[in-house]
Design a protein around this ligand. Structure first.
Ligand code: GLN
Length: 474
């Protein structure tokens, strides 16, 4: 049976009694078991999902169902659900059960979404290919020999393969948008502080945001509207009122759009992706929008700034996994020091260890002035310059990735090459601005090509309206 590709479509079917939440949940469960070869889910909450779907069916009959009634959603394995295992795809969290539910997930549950399972990802959300997972790589549903992207590879592949209607991922440097682009779905990184990080396993706390992955712009807007907003459990959340993102305005009013000149001149940018973006620019101009190339002098500093600051934060956040407080403990222990040392050595994967070491180095005395503090200053300049751009422009566009999804096993050999995957996405994390990734075309290799649209702080509503208007233009 065909899955649903939009919540509106499902709602219609529920209303006309063509289906029930129970039947839809069963449908997704059977699709999940038919697609285990893609290695997308690491756990399926079959019984609970079915029980909840029955409850929601009753609520629908009584007219008391929530805004996401029957929406079947998968969650990345770094987002907590009370009394359920959560591992961040790491051996070090082997067997760890969460004591509470992430605020974002609780808000979905409160609106009668059905949480169907945990999704594969890169270990501690570090990676761009989902190849750093203790569960192995996720296969791209469009071409099984290729990666799904990362770190929220399972979240993107699940939506693309129709194993759930939507999913949650987390985005620290592009981890929602990049896999969304590789799998041809919509992915959103909200403004930093818009969505609570309570219950999200921390990687780089000044960057991390939870975001939705969906098959269309409306579903992403609706989910973001539900999960956004102030939260007492995360003091960095904004108390600003949440806009009605899902009330998408189909205005064709001309926009002032910018793109970074340096982005389209990047030598590693695939020619076809470049052409697609250039054609999109022409298309937008023909539709009455202004599109200008702007100089962004910090473009070459984006990657080093992100990798210095995010690894510094990671080295501190991951210090808590010591073999005592959480999950895995080495068998080879004789005293406290060997407990720490051997548990961490055996429990963390190669990439995570590399980043902990890099982060510890840039923070260490004698080097922190040269690296960490300098990167903080550059981040400030990036933020100031970005703010200036949004004084003259409504939106910023760019490719999401320098190329389409690559073959499994191809990139991980050279970590610095893998880091370049994030060249277009880290900007929005460093500056804090919201950004969407959405498919706009196909490469001759058969893989999707996506466009990234970034807006001013807290202007998600503008992003959704504009994205929806050009989505329809395809
Ligand atoms: N690919 C980036 C990294 O490896 C982004 C990760 C993320 O957004 N969680 O750090």
């Amino acid at each position: 049976m065909k899955p649903y590709y939009s919540y509106l479509e499902l709602q219609k079917a529920l209303k006309s009694k063509k289906t029930t939440c129970f039947k839809t949940t069963k449908l997704y469960l059977s699709r999940i078991s038919d697609h285990t070869h893609l290695n997308i889910f690491v756990e399926v909450f079959e019984k609970e999902a079915l029980a909840k779907s029955k409850l929601v069916d009753e609520k629908i009959q009584k007219g008391t169902a929530g805004r996401l009634a029957g929406m079947v959603i998968g969650i990345k394995d770094n987002i907590c659900l009370k009394n359920h295992t959560v591992t961040a795809a790491s051996k070090i969290l082997n067997g760890f059960e969460s004591l509470f539910t992430a605020t974002a997930v609780q808000r979905l549950i409160d609106q009668d979404a059905i949480i169907i399972g945990r999704l594969n990802c890169d270990e501690f959300a570090m990676g761009s290919a989902n190849e750093n997972s203790v569960y192995g790589s996720v296969k791209n549903p469009i071409d099984k020999t290729r990666v799904a992207g990362g770190s929220s590879g399972g979240s993107a592949a699940a939506v693309a393969a129709g194993l759930c209607l939507a999913s949650l991922g987390s985005d620290t440097g592009g981890s929602v948008r990049q896999p969304a682009a590789f799998c041809g779905v919509v992915g959103v990184k909200p403004t930093y502080s818009r969505v609570s990080r309570h219950g999200l396993i921390a990687y780089g706390s000044s960057f991390d945001q939870i975001g939705p992955l969906t098959n269309n712009v409306y579903d992403a807007a609706l989910i973001l509207e539900v999960i956004s907003g102030n939260d007492d459990y995360d003091s960095t959340t904004s108390s600003r009122k949440v806009d009605h993102y899902s009330k998408i305005i189909s205005t064709s009013s001309p926009k002032r759009i910018a793109y970074f000149r340096q982005a389209l001149e990047l030598p590693i940018l695939d020619k076809e992706i470049k052409n697609t973006i250039e054609n999109k620019i022409i298309d937008l101009k023909n539709n009455g929008h202004t599109v200008d190339a702007v100089d962004f002098p910090y473009f070459d500093s984006l990657m080093p700034t992100y990798y210095i600051l995010s690894t510094a934060e990671a080295s501190s956040n991951l210090a808590r996994y010591d073999g005592v407080h959480f999950g895995y403990r080495s068998k080879e222990i004789t005293d406290l020091e060997s407990t720490y040392k051997n548990s961490r050595t055996e429990g963390f994967g190669e990439e995570v260890k590399r980043r902990i070491m890099l982060g510890t180095f840039v923070l260490s005395s004698g080097y922190n002035e040269e690296f960490y503090n300098k990167a903080l200053k550059i981040r400030r300049l990036i933020q100031d310059d970005t703010k200036k751009i949004f004084q003259s422009y409504d939106l910023l566009i760019s490719p999401v990735t320098p190329h389409t999804a690559f073959p499994i096993g191809g990139k991980n050999i050279d970590p610095t090459k893998a880091y370049l995957e994030d060249v277009f996405t880290v900007h929005a994390n460093l500056s804090g601005n919201p950004a969407i990734s959405m498919p706009i075309s196909n490469h001759t290799n058969g893989m999707p090509i996506s466009l990234q649209i970034t807006s001013g702080m807290f202007k998600e509503k503008e992003v959704f309206s504009f994205a929806n208007s050009i989505y329809k233009l395809q």
